[in-house]
Ligand binder design. Structure first.
Ligand code: 3HC
Length: 318
């Protein structure tokens, strides 16, 4: 986008954002824009890799080879999503080592939702249907984020998320069409995952520390409450279709608003879980740090090989 000669770099940034164009890593950007992007993209990436654990718990216990291979593909996808997003964050001048250290030392967060246990196979259905469904609701607008690498990573991730959501919903349909016990297992999973999924969209807009700036910078295109409402409006008819009951006595279609009215999530629970006091926080972090330590030899070997290749290349060039 050609810049008028007298334009300051702040004016150019503002003009690009106003024109719904993309800011690229080599472009000048305000420091707080860069820091906010690192924060959000890093936590998104952390969520993807921690998110592998709840489902990884069922890889060896899936009820059929077909289900096992689908779940394996999904968990592998989540690892890839983490890598795309770490790659996008690194274009902002932070290293993978720093990002993982921020996660491992609790100085950066990951999504609340991955701190809940997965005691039954129906949890695999509920996670795909609800959690990945919420992720799609949240991530589709991020495909229009003003920061180029994040928006482009989202395009590919959203394509894979739709497979994740469909396979989860298919598990729930299968269970609801199964025995009485299987349908009860699906309902019990919905009861446990519904409210933590609504919390995935973040605190209410009145308590959101970052939304206003993120909306101004066109990182976020909708507020937390707007996306939560979109998710409820889309998901309740799906639950109705398979004969499951959303565990919210205040849920009711509001003809005037053209949306569902629904109850207030327990924001104290969100704050507690985000602060580390959820059912599985300690287990998730211990597993994450253990995997990181177990992989140290791979990182060391890769660095040693890269150094050897660099030395050889320099030798040849000399
Ligand atoms: N879990 C953990 N922390 C949360 C949270 C949640 N559900 N919701 C909000 N927070 C944190 C924020 O990170 C922020 O803390 P910080 O200042 O230390 O970063 C604080 O609570 C205040 O929240 P805000 O609303 O002000 O924060 P944001 O404007 O960043 O909004 C968000 C929160 C909606 C999660 C936003 O960051 C976002 O859209 N992130 C990208 C999507 C994402 O990260 N999704 C996580 C799940 S990934 C996933 O689902 C993978 C799929 O494959 C299953």
């Amino acid at each position: 986008m050609p810049a008028p000669a007298s334009e300051t770099r702040q004016n150019r940034f503002d003009r690009v954002i106003a024109a719904d164009q993309r800011i690229e890593p080599d472009d000048w950007m305000p420091e707080d824009y860069r820091k906010n992007l690192i924060r959000q993209i890093a936590q998104h990436a952390h969520s993807e890799i921690i998110g592998m654990q709840p489902e990884g718990n069922w890889l060896t216990r899936a009820p059929s080879l077909r289900r096992k291979s689908i779940l394996l593909a999904k968990v592998q996808d989540e690892a890839g999503h983490g890598l795309y997003l770490y790659g996008a964050a690194e274009t902002l001048g932070i290293t993978r080592h720093e990002l993982l250290d921020l996660l491992h030392t609790g100085r950066q967060k990951y999504a609340n939702i991955f701190n809940y246990p997965t005691p039954t196979w129906a949890d695999m259905g509920a996670i795909g249907w609800l959690v990945d469904g919420a992720a799609i609701t949240n991530q589709i607008p991020l495909c229009r984020c003003s920061f180029g690498p994040y928006a482009r990573a989202m395009v590919r991730i959203c394509k894979e998320e739709s497979f994740h959501q469909r396979q989860g919903f298919e598990i729930m349909v299968t269970l609801c069409n199964g025995t009485v016990e299987q349908k009860a297992m699906a309902q019990e999973a919905l009861n446990r995952w519904w409210w933590p999924t609504l919390m995935m969209f973040g605190p209410p807009d009145t308590e959101s520390a970052h939304s206003q700036k993120s909306m101004q910078w066109k990182i976020k295109r909708f507020t937390n409450d707007e996306l939560r409402q979109k998710f409820v409006d889309a998901t309740v008819p799906q639950a109705d279709l398979i004969g499951l009951t959303v565990p919210d006595p205040e849920l009711a279609w509001n003809d005037e608003r053209g949306h569902y009215d629904f109850g207030e999530p327990d924001w104290d629970e969100l704050r507690r879980v985000v602060a580390g006091d959820g059912p599985c926080n300690a287990e998730r972090m211990a597993t994450r740090k253990g995997a990181h330590d177990d992989g140290a030899w791979v990182r060391e070997a890769a660095v040693a090989h890269a150094e050897k290749v660099a030395a050889r290349t320099a030798e040849i060039a000399a």
